[in-house]
Design a protein around this ligand. Structure first.
Ligand SMILES: NC(=O)c1ccc[n+]([C@@H]2O[C@H](COP(=O)([O-])OP(=O)(O)OC[C@H]3O[C@@H](n4cnc5c(N)ncnc54)[C@H](OP(=O)(O)O)[C@@H]3O)[C@@H](O)[C@H]2O)c1
Length: 432
């Protein structure tokens, strides 16, 4: 009778036992038999690094906890290090040391990958090992694996990402209930969708880090956090959302990465989308990534963007992939193997929505239309609303180079009939 070969034993060092780390331990423990069937390997956690081991008495056997990273690094039996501490330091030092020692690394750390990814990818290649980071973008949604493996030849040109659940929850509440930004933020905090200090999320910085990672992989050229300009959602008004709704538009904080004539532009900003666009229906704390490529037309991936168990699932999928690809293969090659230039925001062609507060007098619309026309900015639709002595013009424009739109807007804002600084919002999904 044929017997199955004995499973190879893989031992891990886990750094961090918080929301994600404790769930990684749980999945590996509870799913051990299935994982062994799928990979032919028996995968177990040999050591867990935490700040103070004496405080960890549950969730895993107490003897696994240590406060000393060297104990994990120096253990020759540990071949994979799973970093779930977060932040730049000491995570960077630990990951670097692990790779230097030829150990494979799995991390969920978007700050680190978006700032030091290029160096770490190079180091892992030099040391003939792997670094994987699926959980750093969009939680349980397997977008990095899809981009690196399934879409390697898809000619990705554009990525649109709803990659921050906090912003999406707040904007969904504002759109659904008409709530003001501050009230929707308070509700998000009450329900645990926003941190007590939500700055990193609502400034767009968290989304910018994730878009830097996605753009690097999709365009094969290093993009770091500092390359991604971001505008947060603090200035999105409930009035704009109400008018946008009348125009059949919804609002999202979008990460937008474009490859055009071998140059890159990556930004994060609040944008309007037609209600029938696939991303428009992504609501609450969900994440989604919408890809457009020469060979694939359009593909969207969506699902839970955070949560201990959801994120841990992505971490475990990386561990399984490392075990399955333990011979050198294409995943040991660097993510960003070419060096493309960036193209300036001014050259990007965008569609804009604009609300203008103007004097309610004859001839005002004509003067404004003339100013836009002088810069070859053409109006697609306009709604006029009376508001006492003033009126509001709500306009949507045809796609235009941002340089021309900015010049026209500058001129319009100086017209005596215009009563408040104009604040445009980009409309996405229209001008490709
Ligand atoms: N939570 C999510 O939904 C989510 C989603 C996507 C990605 N991520 C990413 O996943 C990673 C982990 O997040 P998390 O939410 O699990 O964090 P967390 O709950 O704050 O846990 C952090 C863990 O790291 C340990 N730690 C912190 N500083 C340390 C140090 N200097 N030395 C040793 N151990 C240290 C802590 O030890 P103690 O227990 O002793 O304090 C704790 O166990 C982060 O990169 C985060 O961005 C999280």
């Amino acid at each position: 009778m044929a017997t199955s070969p004995r499973p190879k034993k893989i031992s891990l060092g886990l750094l961090g036992f918080g929301t994600v780390g404790s769930n990684v331990y749980r999945i590996l423990d509870e799913q051990a038999a299935e994982i062994e069937q799928a990979t032919g390997a028996s995968i177990s956690i040999r050591k867990i690094l935490v700040k103070d081991p004496s405080l960890h008495r549950s969730g895993a056997p107490p003897e696994l906890f240590t406060g000393d990273f060297e104990e994990i690094l120096g253990d020759p039996g540990i071949s994979i290090i799973v970093e779930l501490i977060g932040g730049l330091e000491p995570a960077y030092d630990y990951i670097t040391a692990a790779l230097e020692n030829g150990k494979a690394v799995v991390t969920a750390n978007k700050q680190l990958i978006s700032q030091q990814g290029s160096y770490l990818f190079r180091l892992s290649q030099e040391k003939k090992t792997q670094i994987r980071f699926e959980a750093s973008v969009a939680g349980a949604v397997p977008v990095i694996k899809v981009l690196r493996e399934s879409m390697a030849a898809a000619g990705i040109q554009n990525i649109y990402g709803i990659v921050n659940g906090t912003n999406n929850y707040i904007l969904t509440e504002m759109y659904r209930t008409g709530a003001k930004y501050q009230d929707a933020l308070a509700r998000a905090q009450e329900w645990g969708y926003a941190e007590a200090d939500p700055t990193e999320d609502i400034s767009g910085k968290d989304a910018a880090a994730k878009m830097a990672i996605l753009a690097s992989i999709a365009f094969h050229s290093g993009v770091v956090l500092d390359d991604v300009a971001c505008t947060g959602i603090e200035n999105v008004s409930s009035l704009d959302i109400a008018y946008a709704k009348e125009l059949g538009l919804t609002v999202k904080l979008l990460g937008v990465a474009k490859l055009y004539q071998n140059r890159i532009n990556v930004r994060v900003y609040p944008a309007l989308l037609k209600e029938d666009h696939p991303l428009a229906s992504v609501s609450g704390a969900y994440n989604a990534v919408f890809l457009r490529g020469t060979a694939i037309d359009e593909i969207m991936l969506s699902g839970p963007g955070a949560g201990g168990m959801e994120t841990a699932t992505a971490v475990v999928s990386d561990i399984v992939s490392i075990v399955a690809h333990s011979q050198p293969g294409f995943l040991e090659y660097p993510v960003a193997y070419r060096d493309l230039d960036f193209y300036p925001d001014d050259d990007v062609v965008s569609t804009f929505y604009l609300r203008l507060e103007v004097e309610d007098e004859p001839g005002v619309l004509a003067a404004i239309a003339r100013a836009f026309g002088d810069h070859e900015v053409s109006i697609e639709s306009v709604i006029q609303k009376g508001r006492g002595a003033h009126a509001e013009l709500v306009m949507v424009f045809h796609p235009v180079a941002e340089r021309s739109f900015a010049a026209a807007l500058e001129e319009v804002s100086r017209l005596p009939e215009v009563k408040a600084p104009p604040r445009p919002i980009r409309v996405e999904g229209e001008n490709e």
